[in-house]
Design a protein. Structure first.
Length: 496
């Protein structure tokens, strides 16, 4: 067999120096160096516990039966599915009826053909009805709804339409989900971080927003948008009404477009917390009548957990018609989102109703998933807080814990020598010692002097117990290796 030559032995015209430099600078640590190392170790036969990403079904969550039944019937040719003489022996009547309704909406070409670039009209109407029922206000127009390949595609479209020059900036929370910093870098814009206060349960304050906006403007930046993530990723907080009112008024007063990432709206675990949409607050808050808002939702999270389906939507509220026409043009370059994904999005917002044949089993399956998430979130946070030198805020929602860790100053000095952040070095050590894959907190942004990581609480109970024990065992070993629990000083960390 002929040996192929190494790519790096040839001087190609398209290389690291001639490629897109914004792409080269872009970071997305959720699938970065740690995950690549974890995959190599798994290839060598190591047992790896992946807690780096919110991918529920990859770690054992079962898909909801009704959703898959309807999707299967939508995909099958009629003679093999809804019109098969034995279909009622294989599928419940409400799944059959729903599939027939959806197939009629899709049209005779079926799920293998392109749809309208914004998605099937009937499915967008389902989203509009869901928003109306959720918020208690008149439904948005279906023309203001775009079905997208997950929330990420919608965020990408909107940031492309917003960022017009190198001085255009987007305010993002610190910590944040790195899709925002990654895309802002790729598109040549500037990010303006506003810090969430860990001592206040990751709250955002009006003074912090005003300070960061003022400094951005003094530096010659035009702040065009502000992103919020509610419930928080990676921080897990659920925003109260008063905080959302502050944010909506701030954006309205300063003519800033609000981007509301609400993909975890079903993932609220704290008994004293309730999800409230930014749209509801905007409609109920005096002074916010003209607030420009784009909201995002996804089939990847919640209780549905269908990450591989890449379903989702965005709703445009008070967006100028010519801007919206150009967002449509951008969506049209991708032709449409996947039809199976559109089906799943419609099912997410339009589940079985009381009295339907599948209703009780559907509710039972959702409850089992929800109860497990509540149980595991509490177990993980309690387990982390039991480790000397580790502190973690309650996970009120979402799918993650974001602990702060105290490590020896000598470890920070060693990380500096390796040209690594302390939490990257810590995460590499954790992976190699225990097989647990987490994301260093520096990949999400954090205040100077803080060291930590993000971990999900999605693995099954036995694997999560193993991970909690692994976290404790590794932290003790790591601190012993570097001489005790003296915390790394901000002066050291800020160099990194």
């Amino acid at each position: 067999m002929a040996m192929s030559r190494r790519k790096d032995d040839v001087e190609y015209a398209w290389n690291e120096s001639t490629m897109s430099q914004p792409l080269r600078r872009m970071r997305y640590d959720v699938r970065g160096e740690i995950v690549a190392r974890a995959e190599r170790l798994r290839g060598e036969g190591r047992d790896i516990i992946f807690t780096n990403i919110g991918n529920p079904q990859a770690v054992g969550q079962k898909p909801i039966t009704y959703y898959r039944q309807v999707l299967a019937l939508c995909d099958l040719p009629p003679e093999c599915g809804v019109d098969h003489p034995e279909v009622t022996r294989m599928y419940p009547p409400d799944a059959i009826a729903r599939a027939k309704e959806y197939k009629a909406a899709i049209g005779p070409a079926g799920t293998g053909a392109y749809s309208h670039s914004q998605g099937i009209l009937a499915f967008r109407e389902h989203v509009a009805n869901f928003i109306e029922a959720r918020d208690g206000h008149t439904a948005p127009c279906a023309d203001d709804i775009f079905l997208t390949n997950g929330a990420s595609a919608g965020i990408n479209h909107i940031l492309q339409a917003l960022i017009a020059g190198s001085n255009d900036a987007v305010m993002i929370p610190i910590p944040q989900y790195p899709i925002y910093s990654a895309l802002i870098t790729l598109l040549g814009g500037r990010q303006v971080g506003y810090e969430l206060d860990e001592s206040l349960g990751w709250a955002v304050t009006k003074s912090e927003l005003e300070k960061q906006l003022r400094q951005a403007r003094e530096n010659g930046l035009t702040v065009k948008a502000m992103a919020i993530i509610n419930p928080g990723n990676p921080t897990g907080q659920v925003m109260d009404r008063d905080v959302l009112e502050i944010i909506c008024r701030f954006c309205s007063d300063n003519q800033i477009v609000l981007l509301a990432d609400e993909v975890y709206q079903r993932n609220v675990y704290a008994p004293n917390k309730t999800f409230i949409s930014a749209r509801k607050i905007a409609l109920e808050t005096p002074g916010c009548e003209n607030l420009q808002l784009v909201s995002f939702h996804s089939t990847s999270k919640g209780l549905i957990g269908e990450c591989g389906r890449r379903g989702g939507y965005m709703e445009l509220h008070n967006i100028e018609s010519r801007v919206q026409e150009n967002v449509h043009k951008l969506a049209a370059t991708g032709l449409c989102s996947g039809l199976a994904d559109q089906v799943m999005t419609s099912l997410m917002v339009n589940p079985p109703r009381v009295g339907d044949a599948s209703y009780e089993s559907f509710v039972s399956e959702e409850k089992a998933i929800y109860d497990a998430l509540v149980r595991r979130s509490r177990a993980l946070v309690q387990g982390l807080n039991a480790i000397p030198g580790v502190t973690c805020e309650q996970a009120e929602g979402a799918m993650y814990a974001f602990p702060s860790i105290a490590i020896p100053q000598s470890a920070c000095i060693e990380a500096d020598k390796r040209n690594q952040t302390p939490d990257l070095m810590y995460a590499i050590s954790l992976l190699e010692e225990t097989g647990i894959c987490v994301v260093p907190a520096s990949g999400f942004g954090q205040r100077i002097g803080r060291v930590g990581f993000r971990t999900t609480f999605l693995p099954p109970d036995d694997k999560l117990r193993e991970a909690i024990e692994g976290f404790a065992r590794h932290h003790a070993l790591f601190c012993d290796r570097y001489g005790g629990l003296a915390r790394c000083t901000p002066a050291i960390v800020s160099k990194l």
